[in-house]
Design a protein around this ligand. Structure first.
Ligand code: SER
Length: 317
């Protein structure tokens, strides 16, 4: 039986992953780790134990790991790409200094660690179409640099100390539950909110800009499956490409218009977001994940759109 600590349990991924992990492993086996100012509430607080787990404080994380006999850590503490550009030092402190502390705790207490990477780990020199698993990674954003470093440092702890580190490169994640906040791919969430509220959407990303995207249930499935995967089959450990859909703003707009024919969109391109988006893949090749741990998504753009509109209508109207 696993005992899991989720660091960042109230964030974009953590708030949903903690619930899913509790359904699988039992509430008392999943600790919702949080920082002061972002405390868990409602069912996240009531569904199992919660503890302060700040990546800036390795000793505290070690204490939580000992107290709850943790064997698996989901380290989800990070700043997203756009906000990281305005606070690069903080992005590094959380993403890399924090990761180092988590990995040290894991080494000492024999924990497996999942720390997500991203499409942001690629850069302008990377092949953009069917981006291979192993390829050029020369990002120019601090977010991307920290994600490449995350992959390398996680591999290092695996190779040098035998820590069972595993991770995936998430596409832009789309959910009706928790808003992302500060990412380049946020438009693909915001567009659904505008559609449901009956507002015209002003898109900060230019028509024709393709990026990998994924519906949150698939992202959660990936995060759980990779940590459950048979280690003897893994050739890679960190930074698996995982893909499910790739679209540009006009394609998602048309997908929504199928169900909301009155919906309107105009473009007001944000230069920072656009330059980041242009440096990311159009579509990743995720065959290594499919071959090594049977990765397979459940949602395409249409299935996600139906589900997003249904849930947001219940939530907002
Ligand atoms: N969603 C992230 C971002 O846009 C990419 O991983 O920053």
């Amino acid at each position: 039986m696993k005992n899991i600590l989720v660091i960042g349990s109230t964030g974009q991924i953590g708030s949903e992953l903690t619930r899913v992990l509790r359904e699988s492993y039992g509430g008392s086996h999943v600790v919702a780790g949080y920082i002061v100012g972002a405390e868990p509430k409602a069912d996240l607080l009531e569904g199992g134990p919660a503890a302060i787990a700040d990546v800036m404080d390795g000793q505290h994380i070690a204490d939580v790991v000992k107290e709850y006999q943790i064997d698996t850590i989901y380290n989800l503490a990070a700043l997203l790409s756009v906000v990281a550009e305005s606070r690069p030092r903080l992005a590094w402190k959380i993403g890399i200094d924090g990761l180092w502390k988590v990995l040290e705790v894991a080494r000492e207490h024999h924990c497996a660690v999942f720390t997500p990477s991203s499409i942001g780990s690629f850069g302008a020199d990377t092949p953009h179409d069917m981006t291979p698993q192993d390829t050029i990674q020369r990002p120019r954003t601090i977010y991307g640099i920290s994600k490449v470093t995350t992959e390398l440092l996680s591999d290092y702890y695996h190779l040098k100390y035998g820590v069972d580190t595993r991770s995936v490169r998430f596409p832009g994640l789309i959910s009706w539950k928790t808003l992302p906040g500060g990412g380049t791919t946020d438009y693909a969430v915001d567009i659904y909110y505008s559609a449901v509220k009956g507002e015209k959407f002003v898109c900060p990303i230019a028509k024709g800009t393709l990026m990998d995207m994924m519906y949150m249930p698939d992202a959660l499935k990936a995060a759980v499956s990779i940590m459950e995967a048979d280690a003897s089959r893994l050739v890679h450990h960190n930074g698996f490409n995982v893909a499910s859909m790739s679209f540009d703003p006009d394609t998602i707009f048309q997908a929504i218009r199928k169900y909301k024919p009155e919906f309107e969109m105009e473009y007001d391109v944000d230069p920072l977001r656009q330059s980041i988006a242009d440096s990311w893949p159009n579509k990743m090749d995720d065959s290594c994940a499919r071959n090594e741990w049977d990765w397979k998504p459940d949602y395409d753009l249409d299935a996600m759109t139906v589900d997003m509109l249904k849930h947001l209508e219940q939530k907002l109207l």
